[in-house]
Structures are given as C-alpha cells and as structure tokens.
Design a protein around this ligand. Structure first.
Ligand code: FE2
Length: 283
C-alpha cells in the first residue's frame, strides 16, 4: 500500500548518505546484453556491467536493447529472448546474483502496434502490458495517437527519459495529455545527479516532485560514461522527497512492471493536487 506524505517514513531520512542500506532495486531500462546495440560489445563487458548493477544494489533488470530506429531489422523479439536466456546462464555460472528479463527500448514508429502483434518488438519483461518508448532526440513528435492505439491493445506506454529531451524538458505541458492517455514517465537515475546536465537535472526533479514521473531507471550502457546510478539517486530522492517516494519510484513501481500490475503515481507528493494540476515548475 502506498505511504502518504504524513507517513513516518518520509520524515525518517538518515542525515548522511552513508546511513542508507543496500536496497533491492529493480531496473526497467538497461543496455546489458552484449553485441546487440551500443551497450557492452563483449560477454566480459556485459558481465562487468551486471556486476556493477549488483554493486549498485540492483537485483532484477529488464534488458532493453534498442529496437527500431537505427536498429530496425535487427534486435527482434526472439533474438532478444535468446540473448537474455544466455546472459542469465552466464550470470549463474559467474555467481552474479542478478535476474535479467527481456524487453526493448523501442524507438517510436507508426508500425509499433503491428510489430507487437507479429511478435517483433518487445514489451517490458515480455509481459504485454508496458512498452518502453524512446523519442527521437533531435525532433519533437506528438505521440498521443500512438499512445491511444497502444492503449486499445491493452498496452501502456512508458516514455523513457523525457527530462533529456530538449523540447519536453522545456515545454512539459505536452506530457500532460500523454499522461492522461495512460502513458507513464521514466526518468534516468543519473539525470537526478546532474550527469546529463542542468536542463535534464532540473526537469527530472520537476517531473518527480510534481508526481508526473513514477519510475526511475538506470539506462546504463557501461561502467564508464553510462553507469548504473540507482543507489545514489535513491539516496538523493529520499533526502529531498522522502524515502516513501524513493521506494515507490525505484523499487515498488519497477516491480509492478515486472509483475504486470497497475503502477501507483506519486501525485500525493503535492498535497491535494491531482497529477493533471501539478504541472512541473519549468512549464
Ligand atoms: Fe536506453
């Protein structure tokens, strides 16, 4: 059950980051398969990234290699399922305590519904209920018709890292109508820490504190420039918004994605304001 802002957890933040214990985070957006996209090139690199996820206190991860866009024609669903099976076997033999599930980071495309029906693109955790959608970075596309079409198939869109999109970060009101059509927002853990610049950092905190974003994920690709940063993000969210919110967006809602359950939005953050009214402050 969701905690309210008055729950004692909110006021129980440790004074220092060192006081946080390792939580069991669930990462719904990660490029941990090797040889399929701009994530790890080799098995050794993939296992290193998976060790990094475990060190970052992640216990379950959805592998979301890029699908469509520049990867159109490759990384189809069957191939990703097979790669996930192989990686899970390799994790077991390497004693790395991480469970990987199939998914995709799907570039928006008018063919998506058809490709879902013909089993070419993947939903998150291969459960059929949520799909991770990536917008092109350089242009803005209003994807409301796609969100509606997906919804008619019983699939809810999860918009990946809107805080890093130059148009969405500066004009977030457009996201309101997508949210009203059953979409959800996933922000990147490293954005909250400023690792994608000030614009993304401000937008990420606005989306979280206004209750518009209900999921945080790593979108990690490697241990160098695109590291998993879940633990640090959890600590920062706990300090700024309370541990109940941090658990909601880093653990509980990601787990609901795995279990194919309804997501809980965090519109309780601003007392008395529904998500439709809590427009982020940079709008
Ligand atoms: Fe991604």
């Amino acid at each position: 059950m969701m905690c309210s802002v008055n729950n004692k957890l909110v006021g129980a933040e440790p004074p220092q980051a060192e006081g946080f214990s390792c939580q069991q985070y669930v990462d719904i957006h990660c490029h941990c398969l090797y040889g399929v996209d701009d994530g790890p090139a080799t098995k050794a690199e993939a296992l290193a990234l998976c060790r990094g996820l475990v060190d970052d206190c992640v216990s379950e991860v959805v592998a979301t290699p890029h699908q469509l866009g520049r990867f159109s024609g490759c990384n189809e669903a069957a191939q990703i399922r097979e790669a996930v099976f192989t990686l899970n076997e390799e994790l077991k033999s390497s004693d790395i305590p991480l469970t990987v599930r199939p998914g995709g980071d799907v570039r928006v495309d008018e063919r998506i519904c058809h490709l879902l029906e013909t089993d070419k693109v993947l939903t998150l955790a291969d459960g059929g209920r949520y799909i991770l959608l990536e917008l092109p970075h350089e242009v803005f596309i209003d994807i409301e018709p796609l969100i509606v079409e997906l919804s008619s198939l019983g699939v809810q869109a999860v918009i990946s890292h809107p805080e890093r999109h130059p148009v969405l970060a500066k004009q977030p009101k457009v996201l309101g109508k997508w949210l009203a059509q059953s979409a959800h927002l996933q922000i990147t853990s490293a954005s909250l820490l400023g690792e994608f610049g000030l614009m993304a950092q401000r937008a990420a905190w606005d989306f979280l504190s206004s209750g518009w974003a209900c999921l945080v994920a790593t979108d990690s690709h490697n241990l160098d420039t695109r590291r998993p940063r879940m633990k640090a993000a959890f600590q920062r969210i706990s300090i700024k918004l309370g541990q109940a919110v941090a658990r909601q967006v880093c653990i509980e809602n990601p787990l609901r994605i795995i279990k194919q359950e309804n997501l809980q939005t965090a519109h309780f953050i601003k007392k008395g304001k529904h998500i439709d009214e809590a427009v982020p402050t940079n709008s």
